[in-house]
Design a protein around this ligand. Structure first.
Ligand SMILES: NC(=O)c1ccc[n+]([C@@H]2O[C@H](COP(=O)([O-])OP(=O)(O)OC[C@H]3O[C@@H](n4cnc5c(N)ncnc54)[C@H](OP(=O)(O)O)[C@@H]3O)[C@@H](O)[C@H]2O)c1
Length: 259
């Protein structure tokens, strides 16, 4: 059976992708750590849309998350046709004062898990000459961001990596998209210990972000920024030299994080 595997599906953008794709009759494998939320979502979507929905409770920041997911897929005789690498979190603050273990955990989740899981499921997609991968990156990845240094760097990696492998896999009929949301109303800020979003004006909803992603997949794009305000921000980030944008960001954020 063909399925769509979504990481970080227990809330926010991942949950919204699950809802949207279930309505389009995708069968689902949902992954996160919160068992209750996954269980309830699977039950609801199976009942409402008459689809197959399975969940896997897994901490993706632990080593070898791909092995458990491959095992689950094999056990239930599933084919991962769509993969949405969405699980992630961030941090803000003066890097020297942040908990290093948490920063490393972020790198494990935002980068290592995404790379490992993509590699694992690309093999089957290549054999079948078909597949879609959406890697949830961020508008934060367009430039270095002082006081959000690790998070912005993880998302720069996700975008660069996704764009590169998108080209490698075009001859195999596999589409890969880097989806770059800006500030979006989710649990992200609480989960990332951020007391208030840096950008509140123009915050998007999860539905806006998912719509952008779905439209980009339909039109065969490789990278998309969600939202007009974020598109303008990303363009400015692209055309403003880093030494200017990083100094501006530092100026704005220093008073908040270096007292
Ligand atoms: N919200 C924004 O403003 C924004 C902007 C740009 C990009 N993004 C990106 O969008 C993605 C989704 O975030 P969101 O905004 O939807 O936030 P969210 O509501 O906090 O969702 C994050 C998801 O990731 C899962 N997750 C976190 N740590 C995990 C772990 N160690 N193992 C497995 N799953 C884990 C969470 O589930 P459990 O806690 O149940 O494990 C949850 O389902 C992230 O990659 C984020 O960087 C968000």
């Amino acid at each position: 059976m063909k399925v769509t595997l979504i990481t970080g599906a227990s809330s926010g953008i991942g949950e919204a992708f699950a809802r949207r794709l279930a309505a389009e009759k995708h069968n689902l494998v949902l992954v996160a750590r919160s068992e209750k939320a996954l269980h309830e979502l699977c039950d609801e979507l199976m009942l409402k849309h008459k689809i197959f929905a399975h969940y896997v409770v897994l901490d993706l920041a632990e080593p070898d998350p791909d092995l458990r997911l491959l095992e689950e897929v094999k056990k239930h005789d599933l084919e991962v046709d769509w993969l949405i690498n969405n699980a992630g979190f961030g941090s803000v603050g003066d890097f020297a004062k942040l908990e290093i273990d948490r920063e490393l955990q972020m790198i494990e989740l935002n980068i290592s898990a995404l790379v490992t899981i993509t590699h694992a499921f690309l093999q089957g997609m290549r054999e079948r000459k078909r597949g879609t991968i959406i890697n949830v990156s961020s508008a934060a990845g367009f430039q270095p961001i002082p006081f959000m240094a690790t998070y912005a760097a993880t998302k720069a990696f996700v975008s660069s990596f996704s764009e590169a492998i998108a080209e490698e896999n075009k001859p195999y009929g596999i589409q890969i998209l880097a989806l770059c949301p800006g500030s979006t109303k989710t649990n992200f800020f609480a989960a990332s210990n951020i007391d208030r979003p840096i950008q509140v004006k123009g915050q998007q909803t999860v539905k806006d972000v998912v719509e952008t992603g779905m439209r980009a997949v339909a039109s065969g794009r490789t990278k998309v920024v969600s939202g007009v305000v974020n598109k303008i921000g990303a363009m400015m980030g692209k055309f403003t030299p880093n030494f200017i944008s990083r100094r501006l960001m530092a100026k704005v954020l220093r008073s908040r994080f270096q007292k």
